[in-house]
Design a protein around this ligand. Sequence first.
Ligand code: HEC
Ligand SMILES: [Cu+2]
Length: 462
Amino acid sequence: MIASANPLFGKGLQKIFIERWGKQAVVVGLTSSMAETLAAMESLQPDLVIVDYDDKILNRAEFLNHFMAGDRPMQVMLVSLRGGGAAVVYDRQALTPSEAEDWLNLPNIAHAPAEKQIPPRRNEMRRFVFLGILVILLSILVYAGLVNARILPVEASLQAVPIDWFFHFHFAAIAFLFSLIFVFMVYSMIAFRRRPGETGDGRHISGNTRLELTWTIIPLITVLAVATIGAQNLAETRQIDPQAMVVNVTGGQWFWSFEYPGTGVTSSTLYLPVNKQILFRLTSKDVIHSFWVPEFRIKQDALPGANLVRELRLTPDQTGKFKVRCAEMCGVSHAYMESLVVVVSQTEFSAWLQQQQAAASKDPVARGQVLATVNGCLSCHSTDGTIKIGPSFKGLYGSQVILSDGSTRTADENYIKTSIIDPRFQIVKGFESKANVMPTDFGKKLNDQQIQDLVEFIRSLR
Ligand code: HEC
Ligand SMILES: [Cu+2]
């Protein structure tokens, strides 16, 4: 149905319809006055009324009242030729007061049955406060759950501290976002569910500038803040200690190898002293690998090529055993590319390094000397003839040793080996009171080669 006092408006539209859609578009009536229009809306029961919005004879307020009072489904299309042919469609059942106001283009005239459905503002406020409290409570709960689930492994490096702080910041953000969505979603599903007999569509809302600004500005600030904290965090984990100890790391299919420059020591186990910054220089023999000890948190790629050595600084701050893994898919055995990481005290580390150095040396006497130092032999046995807790090593080899039972032995290889492995077997005369002093576990701690090296060392002290 088309309503306009201007006959050209209705006729023109009707012509356009027929040209476009042929018989599918049926214009059931053309009206030209207010009374005629209202009567036709009753009698013709059209699905759509096209109204000439520029027509002064058709009183908009009166027409709107009539439109809203009816309960039969009906749509109205307001067409304004002056507004560049602009057209707005309203649905009788989904029309909101604000839309009605738009329609009239006049303030304070909205008076529709629909308005009764909108609860007073104060109630709306109370609902928001209630949901806000729920969101906060759930956030705290989810956050506590995430923290207590111990998702993160032990924190074993200085660099892990800022990383974990940031992780907890994320946990908090995740907990809040989850709660915000969850609470409002569940509440809406219950409070605004479709009740039996309800068939209409939801309220049509088109745009809310304040809300849109809010949900643009808050995330913008959040993202900028996170970026700033992230940059500070990164800088913190990269602080340089000029005293850092260098370890050269090589990754390969599928192993890790650790070289301690200047010592000649290369190991497949990564020994590290606690509380000292380590500068790892990472490289790869073949493909890209990635050096990662989860307990230390930060990781770095190991790339093939001498000009592509990457650096990573870590300060282990807890002793213990960890594992270095490869964090870059590098072939079939990628998953098994792990090595033991042992963080020990500075003295234990020096001892280990010396032992490794000794093992790496070609000279058995030199190896034996390191072994004697590292295993504490030299704190009880001197090399210059003075008597400490036990007899001196000087001149021992090949000498005649008088034992506590008065018998004499030649201090040959066999005698010395037995003295090391089983110190209680033969007690040197004069040392009866200290017969139980020498540790008895060297036989277990040292292998044959090492015992041989000790003998060679003692043999050299003539
Ligand atoms: C805590 C002190 C202590 C430590 C550590 C120790 N010893 Fe002894 N050692 C003794 C005493 C005391 C004796 C003499 C009593 C005896 O014969 O058991 C002795 C005896 C010996 C003898 C026989 C000496 C002789 O004159 O006949 C040898 C050889 C020896 N120790 C080698 C070693 C070696 C090698 C180590 C290190 C791997 C070592 N000891 C570590 C205290 C120690
Ligand atoms: Cu790898």
